[in-house]
Structures are given as structure tokens and as C-alpha cells.
Ligand binder design. Sequence first.
Ligand SMILES: [Zn+2]
Length: 282
Amino acid sequence: MKKIVKWFGIMVLIIAIIGGILFFKYLYPFMKKMKETEVVQFDKDLTLITGGGGNSGILNSDSLVVVIDTKMDAAAEELHTEVMKIAGSKPILVINTHIHPDHVKGNELYKGASILAGANFGKELWRKEVGEKNLPTEWIKDRMDIRIGDDTLTILNLNKNVHTQSDVFVYLHKRKLLFGGDVVLNKQAPVMIGVANAPAYQETLDWLPTAFDIQTIVPGHGRIGGIELIDNFKTYFNDMKTAASDPSKKTELVAKYDDWNQIPFVMSPGATIASFEKADDK
Ligand SMILES: [Zn+2]
């Protein structure tokens, strides 16, 4: 009996040490980095604010101000203060790229505003995930085009499981700028939980440059970039697919992404490989 207690104690200690190492190596730096924000003034009417949860945009015009993703916690409050400075008494339209808290937990600050999100979520799921206070007011089934200033803004619901069940792209035609939500990330492994699946990411990333003429990409997370963000993310998925079908190449391919933001098991090359393996089993 004493022996069992001793071994049990050792096991608990080992698990605690491994957990501690993973926390300080991956989770803590990631959480710290996620809180930092940076303001990029794209042009006089378009302000981009990266970090503090998902990346956000504020698009100003004479008659309407559009906010893309509302962040979470303190960064959501900061974003809201910035939006109110720009908007004054003008109406505000909020667009959520998807349901996750880091992109929508600031919704509750926009009382009286129209809030749009992908229709496949529905109210019940939204309430469960981020609460009644952050519920959208309208749901996008397929596509919506809005004339804003001298540009046209397209909201497109992907209508299939990619990162979530209702990922939304926001595209500005004149600026040739895409808000990719978490379907396009810059130097960050995708979260592979729930309905998220690697083959659908691959398909969508292949299709995306054929659907829109893209010059600038605001990814869901990471720095703003050009079309190369899609190419880099495509290469990542192609590499992970190769690793899934040829385990001898796995170590080398996974190591290529050591400097990307990762959380073991959920947001990591390993999780992406597992998603390809699961798809192959079907
Ligand atoms: Zn996110």
C-alpha cells in the first residue's frame, strides 16, 4: 500500500513538472503576447488594431462606422473607446468573423449597434459559448455587400466547417483588403478543436485567392501582411498533410514551425497532423 502511495506521489509530481514546463514554455508567453496591441493606420478612414484577442478593424465613413471583431477584456474596452472617438453619434455596425471569445467578447459594449455574425451558429450556440450579452442582432446566411465611403464591403459566410461552423470573411474591394478571421493566421498554428478541420482549411486557402483580388490581409492573429500570408499558411497545411502520411518526415516538418505561436495538443502542428489523420480514417 505504502509503495502504491509513493508511486502515485511520484506520478503526480512528474505530471505537475511537465504541466509547469508546458505552461511557461508555450501558454504563458502566448497569453502575454496576445494582450499586446498595435495600431496600424492603413489610411485616413481605416484603422487596424492587432492583438488584445483577435485583430480588429475600424472603418469610418460619413454615415456609418464599421467595426470588425470586438476583442476581449481590457483590449475590448480600449477598442471601444477608439471606436466612439471616431464614430461620435454615427451609427455603428459590428461584424464578427466567428464565435470565439477573443473576437466577440467586446460585443456587449456596443449597445444599440447592429451586430452581424455567420448564420450557422444560431442563438443557442452563441449564448452557450459567449453569453447573452454578446449575442449578434443579425445573421448572415450567404453574402452581403455594403457601400461604405468610396469602397464596397463584402461579408461572406463560408457556410461550411473550417475553423468554426460559420466563419465570415470581410473584404474591402477598393482597398483589396481581406479580414481573414481565424481562417488565415500569421505565424500561429490553428486551433483544432470542435468542428475545426485541416482539409477544409486547405480547400479554403486554395480557393481564397481565386475569389478575391487580395493585396493586404488582416489575419485573425499575428501581423498584417500581403498575399504571402495565404501562401505561408497553405505551405503549413501541406507540410502537416505530408507529415500525417509519412511519419519519417514528421520531426523535420514540425520543426519548421518552431517560431510560430503554439499551444500543445490544441493549437500546434501535432493537432493539425491529428486532424489530417482523422480525416483519412473516414
Ligand atoms: Zn482567434
